[in-house]
Design a protein around this ligand. Structure first.
Ligand SMILES: [Zn+2]
Length: 416
């Protein structure tokens, strides 16, 4: 009897606390809203059950029980998307590091079959304390081609155009969300022929998958664009870019993921040490992230073409998706995306455009229809920052709150 009474009391109390928290929703009031495309002032955004249910002005009526966050002086953005990473192990830790800096979705651009399986399992569960993830799975490269020189588990490779459809179908069966192809162009390592790359692109398109191509040289980039690639997942590097490169890419509506932080590291001017010192970033970096950011650059003096090519692409209003290639040395999940956006603005992109490159644009390009913009029906993947990143891009680092699917993520300081 006593036990039953205790149970009833417990149920009653837990009901009470549920009411005290209000219905599972909350609202952010009087906030500057960058909705993924444009900016408006004094907005109110209501979130319920993990989704954005209403966006209005400050006179929007709310139920008395709705928890309210005052957003005066702050900016609300869609959770950020990093369009080029390689999710490391433990997978959950890598995805949590990203979320710690407001990156709610990671697009992995080459992994092995086991790690892909792990990522798919986490994405299916979609827990609120790690970033969501999509992956290319195993990329297409020839025997001895990049990135096999970096060691790691054995991966299947491809040699002949006639094998392309079987290769692509095997990747799709493993769970690849899009198809990544290596066509580097730097020389030194075996590389896919133009014919093989084209066969792989066609095979991906036959299955309605995006085909994205890793390139280094401008020649390789032009070959990929001509072969029908949907996107280039690095901007070109080298000593010089042709003055019509941006026009060439933009006219064919091919998107580009610049990965400037990685190209800068490879060219002897890593931004990593600066990122690691930033007082808004440093407290949230793990020891491993700090070490990666501090890794000295390995080469020097080869990045002129990258700046030039990106400036041209910006000038031509090409489709640009923000991506870092983390965890290449000199970069860290989440943290480096803020630096990447800063570099775009430094090279002439409008701040709003840079924010779109990390929100609505990748969501549209990669068919992530439930995110990237703040409007009713979308997932409540949200980033609240102090200040105005639509005019001062550095403000993305001044994080006040992060939500994934409407659940607030508690950022941990590394020392805690
Ligand atoms: Zn990469």
């Amino acid at each position: 009897m006593k036990a039953v009474a205790g149970l009833i009391t417990f149920l009653f109390l837990s009901q009470l606390s549920a009411f005290a928290q209000g219905p599972r929703g909350f609202a952010i009031r009087d906030v500057r809203l960058f909705d993924g495309v444009q900016t408006s002032e004094h907005r109110t955004v209501l979130v319920e059950n993990g989704k954005i249910v209403r966006v209005g002005n400050n006179s929007m009526r709310l139920e008395a029980a709705t928890a309210t966050i005052k957003g005066t002086g702050m900016t609300l953005l869609p959770g950020l998307i990093d369009s080029h990473v390689h999710v490391g192990t433990p997978v959950r830790d890598a995805l949590r590091d990203a979320l710690t800096f407001g990156v709610t979705t990671e697009l992995d651009m080459f992994t092995n079959a086991d790690r892909l399986k792990e990522m798919k399992a986490i994405a299916a569960e979609d827990p609120p304390d790690v970033a969501d993830v999509r992956s290319a799975g195993i990329g297409a490269t020839v025997p001895g081609g990049h990135p096999t020189e970096m060691g790691g588990p054995q991966i299947p490779t491809i040699s002949e155009p006639g094998e392309a459809q079987a290769f692509v179908d095997a990747r799709i069966a493993e769970g690849s969300d899009y198809i990544k192809i290596i066509h580097d162009g730097r020389g030194g390592l075996p590389d896919t022929s133009v014919e093989l790359m084209k066969a792989l692109i066609d095979a991906a398109h036959k299955r309605s998958k995006l085909a994205v191509v890793h390139v280094s040289s401008e020649k390789a980039a032009r070959e990929a664009v001509t072969a029908g690639a949907d996107g280039l997942v690095h901007v070109v590097s080298g000593n010089e870019a042709s003055s019509d490169f941006g026009h060439f890419v933009a006219r064919r509506r091919v998107f580009v993921v610049p990965t400037m932080v990685t190209i800068y590291w490879a060219c002897g001017k890593s931004t990593g040490p600066e990122v690691a010192k930033d007082p808004q970033i440093e407290p949230f970096l793990s020891g491993q992230q700090k070490k990666a950011l501090a890794t000295p650059s390995s080469e020097s003096g080869c990045s002129v073409a990258s700046d030039q090519a990106l400036q041209e692409l910006i000038g031509e209003s090409a489709t640009i998706l923000a991506g870092t290639d983390a965890p290449v040395p000199g970069t860290a999940y989440g943290a480096s995306l803020h630096e990447e956006l800063g570099l775009y603005v430094h090279l002439g992109m409008a701040s709003e455009q840079a924010l779109a490159a990390a929100t609505s644009v990748p969501a549209r390009v990669f068919g992530l229809k439930d995110r990237g913009v703040i409007k009713p029906g979308m997932r409540a993947d949200l980033l609240l920052v102090q200040g105005d990143p639509t005019t001062e891009i550095q403000a993305t680092r001044n994080i006040v709150a992060i939500w994934k699917r409407g659940v607030r993520f508690e950022r941990k300081r590394a020392a805690e």
